[in-house]
Design a protein around this ligand. Structure first.
Ligand SMILES: Nc1ncnc2c1ncn2[C@@H]1O[C@H](COP(=O)(O)OP(=O)(O)OP(=O)(O)O)[C@@H](O)[C@H]1O
Ligand SMILES: [Mg+2]
Length: 322
């Protein structure tokens, strides 16, 4: 703070603005204020600026108020969720992993990058909710689960076939990732299956901090999961680990678990391939019915929530170490 005048200006500010003030000076009737706006979204920044201007304009000798804001210093990282083939539960895992991380107090957001079959609006009970744009940027919608979200499904007309070429696909992905995420520190990105434009754009333009690979017990025996891992490794993205989905079968009647596809192999396979095993999500009808109803199991109680929480803890540990 520069001398007595700076202190005087500071005293005119509302309490909340005072805590964020980095410097204040007055020269030739012009008050110049610098605020640290880390973690504030665009709306909060706008009101901070307006409040500060209105308050400091009343200070003696002030003819004009200029406000500068320091760059948002949130270190935001991307966690990609991928798989070798479709239908193994990437979207289910992405939604529930993000919900479980949010429940642990992490500042997490979800990006649904699946241009061909966006499913997050349904999984997170937000069908038909459209994001607004502020300036050039989209503002993520708030879901019921403490989790902001943006989906390709919000950019395209439901039910319309899309024939986007590479640049349009990569532009759309950019809009979702470079949105107004505010203080969100981690973006979980639900990828479409395969190795198309979205995956390439992801690797080239928005390099993920790590990738979680989802696999069913059968794929592990095949080579699909390995192929997915190779894609990320080629792009220099570390593999956080492997999640085995639809492992064992939980009987809705007796609650007992059986293993139609065999059991225990996944963990050993992961070790063989030198990747961490993050956990096992049972094949459970409740996971499908609750997902379809927009009621993510990770937001509730019981064994399904616990299975997703186990994966979330492993992912959070990895993020804290890397
Ligand atoms: N552990 C599970 N138990 C029961 N059903 C599940 C489980 N995981 C996923 N499902 C169901 O399997 C179907 C496919 O899951 P999901 O959409 O998450 O897969 P995906 O890998 O994202 O598919 P795509 O490749 O098409 O994007 C959904 O109907 C989902 O509810
Ligand atoms: Mg999906």
């Amino acid at each position: 703070m520069s001398g007595g005048e700076g202190e005087t200006l500071r005293n005119f500010l509302p309490e909340t603005a005072r805590g964020r003030l980095q410097s204040a000076r007055l020269a030739d009737g012009i008050a110049s204020l610098v605020f640290d706006v880390s973690g504030l979204n665009a709306g909060a920044r706008d009101s901070l600026e307006a409040d500060a201007k209105a308050a400091v304009a009343k200070a003696p000798g002030v003819a004009e108020v200029r406000v500068a804001m320091t760059a948002d210093r949130v270190r935001r990282r991307i966690l990609a969720v991928g798989s070798g083939k479709g239908g193994v539960g990437k979207s289910t895992l992405s939604a529930n992993l993000a919900v479980a991380l949010a429940r642990m107090g992490r500042k997490v957001g979800l990006v649904d990058a699946d241009i061909y079959g966006p499913s997050q609006p349904r999984l997170l009970h937000a069908e038909g909710v459209k994001p607004v744009a502020r300036g050039e940027k989209l503002v993520p919608i708030q879901t019921d689960f403490g989790l902001p979200m943006l989906s390709m499904g919000q950019l395209i007309e439901p039910g319309k076939a899309i024939a986007w070429r590479g640049p349009m696909v990569s532009g759309a992905l950019g809009q979702l990732i470079d949105a107004e995420w505010g203080d969100t520190e981690l973006l979980v990105v639900d990828l479409p299956p395969g190795t198309g434009d979205i995956q390439l754009t992801m690797l080239q333009k928005h390099k993920p901090a790590g990738a979680v690979i989802v696999s069913t017990p059968q794929d592990l025996a095949l080579i699909d999961a390995t192929r997915a891992m190779q894609l990320f490794e080629l792009g220099g993205v570390p593999i956080v680990g492997l999640v085995e989905n639809m492992a064992g079968y939980t009987c809705p009647h007796c609650g007992g678990t059986s293993d139609p596809f065999g059991s225990g192999g996944a963990e050993a396979e992961a070790r063989d391939k030198g990747v961490a095993f993050l956990g096992r999500i049972p094949l459970d009808i409740a996971i499908r019915t609750r997902s379809d109803a927009g009621d993510p199991p990770a937001a509730g109680d019981g064994p399904q929530a616990e299975a997703f929480a186990t994966v979330a803890r492993a992912v959070a540990d990895w993020l804290d170490r890397n």
